[in-house]
Design a protein around this ligand. Sequence first.
Ligand code: AMP
Length: 200
Amino acid sequence: MLGPPGAGKGTQAVRLAERFHCADIATGDIFRANVAEGTELGVLAQEYMDRGDLVPDEVVIAMVMDRLAEPDCQAGFVLDGFPRTVAQAEALDRRLAQLDTPLHAALNFEITEEELLRRLVGRAAQLHRSDDAEQTIRHRLEVFAIKTRPLIDYYRHRGLLAMVDGVGRVDRVTVRVLDGLRAARPQLQRGRDAAPALVI
Ligand code: AMP
């Protein structure tokens, strides 16, 4: 799934990983865990996260490639929050080609800016996420528009894109996600002839 912050990718990623018994790789969660533990990676990532900027490509790519080498990824994986730039998508393509693991689908969450701001401001109050302050939220949405939105065409050109209306109850969105997957790659419904790889 591709989509701006607050579009509901994380919630749906967890559900998909459970349904397909595969790994859920959420790069934002990995960074937040590193920040909490005070690791070198966490210290580096925090300044970018606090500003609402993307962590540099080489850092994210190295981190995700290490994660993909872990045993639980052999059953397939859902990527939540990666790739966020064309350079990241290209690195992912190269790795998937090496692993001989096809990318099954890229799901793009569509949501209005008004609904996004409503959700993100609510999340800031609930979770005290330092990157959910209103000014930072606006910056993250700009960063999404400039750096990440080009990935919609990137995956559309590869015939992997499915659009998902992200507004509404979580269960209803899950139904749309599964419909989107069915439309993108019908073989996912027929059985797991290959480990699924999903971009969220
Ligand atoms: P998220 O929880 O996915 O919204 O990510 C929170 C923050 O982590 C982002 O605003 C970025 O600072 C950083 N981050 C997460 N994933 C990536 C990525 N693929 N590329 C660069 N930065 C990332």
